[in-house]
Design a binder for this molecule. Structure first.
Ligand code: GLU
Length: 318
């Protein structure tokens, strides 16, 4: 894409400022509390960030607060498995169908012949972790952290308090990992894969960092800041396709219908959405709706998408 002009950046800033003002007062939803740490994150935090495919940044609000990436990690690990083992490996060993069920559904595993079903629900995400080539858990975890850092264009870190809180309470994910293993749909030791998955969900990102991760996808797999290729260009569409179909838990269809934007949400309150070839939009605010999606972030990103369609990026948002 051509470098964003000053005009474009100014227009984006106005759109982001408007979205921030419009949705800052929204009080609907509540913090996730099934992971005790998440209940303690200040609910009023609200940040919006856009990074363009050529690396320009536009922000409003709390964009330097480091929050738990949670499920937004899932497409990035999936992309790492694609990069390492190709598209067919993900299709055959995990699957790519949306489940239409909650992200940690055990029933979905029992009902679907592929079991793991999709890399963006917990079952498929733990399976993605288990597929990464590594000699042990430490190497697997380091590979994931280095991979995410390459997307962010700077070193990311574990939020240890999140990890401890999640590791103490993740009985359901342990059940999922064991069940998949029993069905031969998990490819390393189940408790090890689950532990590394718990760590990957506990990586801290700011809205700015996450927007740079998304902008790497918007920019065809090359990080706009470092200029390094992180993902093969011809795999980006597949990553975005899975995000569009399954990025918003059991609200994925509605999100795709309303915005047309591939995105991924996490119970830490973050959402990243990608306008291919153009930019990434991130919203962060901890209060979630029933499906587990940040209420303010969803509203703000949908609004920004509509404004982009009507203003500068006529042909891309839908
Ligand atoms: N670590 C969380 C879990 O596995 C991630 C959930 C999410 O963000 O959807 O329950």
């Amino acid at each position: 894409m051509a470098a964003s002009s000053n005009d474009t950046v100014q227009q984006l800033q106005k759109i982001v400022d408007d979205a921030y003002a419009k949705f800052k007062g929204v009080q609907e939803g509540k913090n996730a509390d099934y992971i005790p740490y998440l209940a303690t994150v200040p609910s009023e935090l609200f940040g919006l960030a856009i990074v363009t495919a050529d690396g320009q940044e536009v922000t409003a609000g709390d964009v330097d607060y480091s929050f738990a990436i949670e499920s937004i990690s899932k497409p990035f690990t999936m992309a790492m498995v694609m990069e390492e083992q190709g598209l067919d490996a993900v299709y055959e060993k995990i699957g790519v169908e949306p489940t239409g069920m909650p992200f940690n559904s055990i029933l979905a595993i029992e009902l679907n012949p592929k079991r793991s079903i999709n890399p963006l629900v917990n079952a498929g995400a733990i399976a993605s972790v288990s597929m990464l080539e590594a000699k042990d858990a430490d190497e697997r975890w380091q590979k994931i952290l280095d991979g995410y850092s390459a997307y962010a264009g700077e070193p990311l870190k574990l939020i240890n308090d999140v990890y401890v809180s999640e590791a103490e309470t993740n009985y359901r994910n342990r059940a999922i990992a064991n069940l998949l293993y029993a069905y031969d749909r998990l490819y390393s030791d189940p408790m090890e894969a689950n532990d590394v998955y718990t760590k990957q969900c506990s990586v801290g990102v700011t809205a700015r960092q996450l927007a740079m991760m998304g902008a790497t996808l918007a920019n065809g797999g090359v990080n706009p800041k470092t200029g390094k290729r992180v993902l093969r260009e011809d795999y980006v569409d597949e990553v975005l396709a899975v995000m569009l179909m399954a990025g918003f838990y059991d609200e994925s269809g509605e999100w795709a219908y309303r915005t047309g934007l591939p995105g991924k949400t996490g119970v830490g309150g973050g959402i990243v959405a990608v306008v291919p070839g153009q930019l990434a939009i991130v919203g962060f605010s901890p209060r979630l709706n029933e499906a587990g999606n940040s209420v303010r972030a969803m509203k703000a990103i949908q609004y920004i998408g509509e404004q982009l369609k009507d203003n500068i990026f006529f042909d891309c948002a839908r």
